[in-house]
Design a protein around this ligand. Structure first.
Ligand SMILES: [Zn+2]
Length: 301
């Protein structure tokens, strides 16, 4: 039995996972603002208490933690979501827990989970993308994550697709995620429609879903969605040209928009001249493990 932990910016989940990737027991909760003030203490206490509780009834062989941000094998180098820099989380937890502990970027964990038990299980060479606030990614080669040494690598969201383009929080300009993340799509829709920033994703999704030529805003919405699809296609085509994956799986909040975006994406990739090797078949699927992908993937690290 293994423990997988999904440590998010505002939420933590701890699961007891068996060898088939089934979560037998799960505990989760929001991280409160006052706990964020002393995030280190919260993380160490919450994880230690829950693992000790699980150890009373179960034989646990390892602990894995999925974390958003840049990590090496033992340290969180930088996590904007958690507000943490240079924190040796593995060493700190090892002072209190006598088990092997590993950490891995959350997108890579999700990729591992999808590769073992989800949408990617029938493929040995694939690309996993998570489209949400930003864009994360992972490459699976021969059923293993691409090894990029001490640095995380696969910074898919920060491939430059526009010279001198929009500024990105990473400090560069023209990054893929500024054009093709779900946040970019939602923000662009809000802007052209004059909506305020509280307009929810579901509302925007319905606008795309119900968009008809007779609608007042038809052209505006179409233009934003088309540009998004084109930009997403450029980034994905670059990845296909590099890795020739058997399949691509997209997770994150993209999965809620899949019915209105996925076919358009495939069509764009097939009709635009972005692919070096033309393909008849293009397998692009939504992720299926949803919120559990972090826990399951962390248990596989
Ligand atoms: Zn960037």
């Amino acid at each position: 039995m293994k423990v997988g932990i999904d440590l998010g910016g505002s939420h933590i989940a701890i699961g007891l996972v068996d060898n088939n990737g089934i979560i037998l027991e799960k505990k989760e909760r929001r991280i409160l603002a006052k706990e964020k003030e002393n995030i280190f203490k919260f993380i160490e206490t919450y994880i230690t208490e829950n693992i000790n509780e699980l150890l009373q009834k179960n034989k646990i062989t390892s602990v894995g933690i999925a974390i958003p941000g840049t990590l090496n094998k033992t340290n969180i180098i930088k996590s904007v979501n958690l507000g943490i820099e240079n924190y040796n989380i593995v060493e700190k937890l090892k002072e209190k827990i006598n088990l092997p502990i590993k950490i891995k970027n959350d997108a890579k964990c999700a990729a591992l989970a999808e590769n073992s038990f989800g949408s990617l299980k029938n493929y040995s060479r694939s690309i996993f993308l998570t489209l949400g606030t930003g864009i994360g990614g992972a490459a699976i080669i021969n059923n293993e994550l691409l090894d990029t040494g001490d640095l995380p690598g696969m910074e898919v969201g920060h491939m430059v697709i526009q010279k001198g383009g929009l500024p990105c929080k990473c400090g560069n300009n023209g990054c893929f995620e500024r054009y093709a993340s779900m946040k970019a799509l939602k923000n662009n829709l809000r802007t052209v429609l004059g909506l305020d920033e509280n307009t929810r994703g579901q509302e925007l999704l319905d606008m795309i879903r119900n968009n008809k030529p007779s609608n007042k805003n038809y052209e505006k919405i179409e233009k934003v969605v088309n540009e998004f699809i084109e930009n997403l296609s450029i980034g994905i085509a670059n990845l296909i040209n590099l890795f020739e994956p058997e399949a691509i799986v997209i997770g994150g909040s993209f999965v809620y928009f899949e019915d209105v975006l996925l076919e358009r994406l495939k069509n764009c990739l097939k009709t635009e001249n972005y692919l070096f090797n033309k393909r008849k078949e293009l397998i692009i699927k939504p992720a299926v493990l949803g919120n559990d992908a972090g826990i399951i993937g962390a248990s596989l690290t």
